[in-house]
Design a protein around this ligand. Sequence first.
Ligand code: GYE
Length: 333
Amino acid sequence: MKKTVGLFAAGALVVALSACSTGATPAGSGGAAGGAPNKALDQIVVGFAQVGAESGWRTANTKDIQDSFKEAGIQLKFSDAQQKQENQISAIRSYIQQNVDYIAFSPVVQTGWDAVLGEAKAAGIPVILTDRAVDSKDTSLYITFLGSDFVKEGKEAGDWLVQQYQGKSDPVNIVQLEGTTGSAPAIDRGTGFADAIKANPNMKVVASQTGDFTRAGGKQVMEAMLKSQPKIDVVFAQNDDMGLGAIEAIEAAGKVPGKDIKIITVDAVHDGMQALADGKINYIVECSPLLGKQLIDIVKKLNAGESVPQRIVTDETTFTQDQAKEALPNRKY
Ligand code: GYE
């Protein structure tokens, strides 16, 4: 009898505690996660819902996150959504069910998250966005967004191009290989690039299509564009992998990538940097996949009851061919 009462009391305590944490966790209210859980680091559980394994960037990002959690001694539950939003939503729901302490995820597309993030909020589980943003009016659905400024990346790609053709008024025909349709980096890089070139009427994006951030996608789209476009001067690939796929298509068509057709990409992962050093790509805007340590910092701060900024922008640079040759030997990914 005594035992039964004890169990019941313990049950009541759990209910009381979770009710308390729900009330005390105003997810995304500008930073703080509410009352400090102050758990020992090895007691903290973070569920991470990754996009997939579509690119060299993603592989480096996954490795960095897994390594950083190991090093910090914080428990990580990891899932790969294979670039499907419905898989990511199920992963998040399963983390909510498992009552993890934090959910971190990189949303495959920008919209359609309000329902599941509302469920996390109701369960009192703070959500951290890494890498990609969500498009939601309700910013209380997440604590912070850690990642790059994709508009700036697109703008830097366009600025470089404008500079290359400065003083010339001949037509410059550009084709764009877009990332995953509806994803923050595809939308924002496209916006930044268009903005940078818009003052130059001779520069025209003559075709723009998604290659879904993959090498195979970039190759396929480029093959079709080489057939349908009478003259292509420049490829703007919204990531290295699609640019690398485009190089294969350009070479197969008997043209010289980097010379007959200039190529600009974003990411600066190892294979992209190698192609840049080899003269097949002309310019790369860096996008850092190394978000693991910053994610750990956020988790530690929230655990200690400290606030974090609602937006944390990653530092990054750009690379010319010469700069790539110099940077390659020390590049970690
Ligand atoms: O540029 C691309 C990846 O979201 C920043 O996703 C990331 C992008 C990255 O597939 O290679």
